[in-house]
Design a protein around this ligand. Sequence first.
Ligand code: ADP
Ligand code: ZN
Ligand code: ZN
Length: 820
Amino acid sequence: MANTTETGKHVHYADVLLPLPVAGTFTYKVPDQLKFNIAIGKRVIVQFGSKKVYTALVLALHDQAPGQSRLKDILDVVDDRAIVNNRQIQFWEWIASYYMAYPGTVMNTALPSALKLQSESRIMLHPESSLENSILDEKEQVLLEALHNRKSLSIQEASELFKDKNAIPLIKYLIDRSLITVDEEIKDRYRPKIESFVRLTREYQDESKLQEAFDQLDKRAFKQLQILLSYINLTRNSSSAGEEVRRSTLVKSVQASYQQLNQLIRKGILEVHEKVINRLDAPEAVADPDQIILNTIQQSAWKEIKGHFDQKQTVLLHGITSSGKTEIYIKFIEQTLKSGKQVLYLLPEIALTTQIINRLRKYFGDKVGIYHSKYNEHEQVEVWNRVLDTRRKDHYPVVIGARSALFLPFSKLGLVIVDEEHDTSFKQHDPAPRYNARDCAVYLGGLHKSNILLGSATPAFESYHNSQHGKFKLVTLKGRYGDIQTPETHLIDQKKDPRIRQGKSHFSKSLLDAIDQTLKENYQVMLFQNRRGFSLRLECNECHHVPMCINCDISLTYHKQFEQMRCHYCGFHTRIPKQCPECGSHEVFMKGFGTEKLEEELSLLFPENRIRRMDLDSTRSKFSYQKIINEFQERQIDILIGTQMITKGLDFDHVNLVGIMNADSMINFPDFRSYERSFQLMTQVSGRAGRKHKRGHVFIQTYDPFHQVVQYVLNQDYEGFYKSQMQDRLQFKYPPYFRLIQLQLKHRDYQVLNKGAREFADDLRQHLDKTVLGPEYPLVSKIKNWYIKQILVKTDKDSSLAGVKKTILHRIQEFHHHPE
Ligand code: ADP
Ligand code: ZN
Ligand code: ZN
């Protein structure tokens, strides 16, 4: 981008990024009439291919004629100001190259959907076009007439009006003559929210004048009278006479119609005006961060971190659960804001934010923006714009968000926090780019020369490894805030418990006793049930047939709530069979157990207590998660049963008992990280117990109480566990010592896939002097009728990753061009 300029005054060419999985950028000509408007970071409309029109993003403007002779023109410029800045573009390019994705694909992930560059643009008549004065040929007439009748057409539909099926030159010509325009829809899918308000006109704000109005409105205008009275009533407490009331509120208050209100407006008594409404209203700060007094442990951690920041070092804060990491974050956020810079606070899942948002808003109020996928597209754009424009009064200098918040248009990040940095949901698995938000955050922070702080009670081994080898600086917080002891952990051997052994219950006697005791003492209980592999399925007692999904290679899960069996991958569902479809036996039983089953059993055992379940099924709607958390916090729930969701960083005051239902299922999950994950999960969920008042208790139910993972959890020995795991990782060539690149091949035809995968793996082996494993079926080998195979490439850390990736990409291209 050596010779490029930010704006287009003197340039002839623009390199644009298309929202498509294609390599590189494409060069277009900038027509004279767009030169003053075009700029880097703005969206433009271009034709790509013979018929399609896309919105693309300008990455460079320059004057060097490319080799190609016949370049197409940019058709239009969408934005008034750049919506993406240079750093973001650099960031996208890095993600694309590191995770082997196309930059256009990264852009699609990065932009909120309302800004998204739609592939199918629509055209419409230009609102200010005057057709009367135009001389039109036949084709033009046909098109304009169609637009007149149908309001808007896609380029595709427009093309179908003509024999040669290519309307683009014509469309371009008409756009140039301002007869048609690209649909507003694409120019601005985002619209500010506008509402109408009603108030007394200036004239009738006068008391006596108002009295006159009442007198005039005789009995026949009874509804109008009611409206007016209601208006007076609604504004009674305000000081000014011209106070406004939401129009809809006023009309609804007396069940009037808008026509009836309009009559008052016509009489000049009331008036209406429109206002842009802030969708994201936030409360003001109510406390000052200076009021937080760090204890001595926190204080010295804070100093250490500060020292590393001054040296521009990335810090890993290893603080046990409830050590008060958040308080330290708040101090650094405060400092960053004072220096006039922005803060990005990443959390693994928005699930967590309910509490954190409240804690941060207490100190930073409406400076804190929130960004996540459950926001609708308009809300997302609003946050985007408020981060983009640092001069706005409602600018957000602090953003809390899940991984997608990485992509917001920050211009001067001063602090990046990745909380619960070990969490696996920072990794996006599908679709591409398959990025890890923690690693991206470190890169992004580097681009901005910002401070970077990763925090966890159970750091990811990769991060801990980095902190042992100089890449990060390690700071530890060993004590819980308030000197409360970490909980006492009890291991329950399920083999020895008669109730469990005989299949009568999921709960051991000791756990049930502990629950009973805790409830009697008026404390709360949390029960953790690992989701993976232990959902409820049906199984025939005679032939052991398990009903499977018809599209995917996975057993169907029983859902009591819907009286259905469902596939968790594709959503396929079916009724519960009365008899085995294989052998006809009527002995079809539930096997395994899910959170639902636990809830059912507990409600029989503790009928007096309030029991709630939190998992994906019970939290589908936007606020249900928040609701359950709030209810639990306010102690309207006694026992909370949940999956992974309840492990994450939540801070409750009255939980004194945590039960981990089946440790083995997570430990034995076939993945090289499953020991690490199990340790993290069990430690994290244990950390919810006994945070405020007295020492808590944790019960772990397992068939293998001497398993090393369970033992390390029991002894709270992170370092020991890390060391022993590192030996395994080295020996079996896993990260952090080796890099893994996983390739996935899919085909609907099983045999084609098998043959292709084998040949491709052999080809890779010939061209890479690296370990190439596979092809192998993954755990779920068929999803939505696509068969899947995986190939794993292991490369040591010393060899060039770029070189390996290049070879792989090259082999993939060759493979596409010369399939056997
Ligand atoms: P972590 O994130 O390390 O698990 P938290 O930040 O949630 O720990 O802190 C645990 C509890 O202790 C929270 O309720 C928090 O408000 C409280 N706490 C921690 N540090 C302080 C402090 N310096 N002053 C007052 N309360 C604190
Ligand atoms: Zn059967
Ligand atoms: Zn399925």
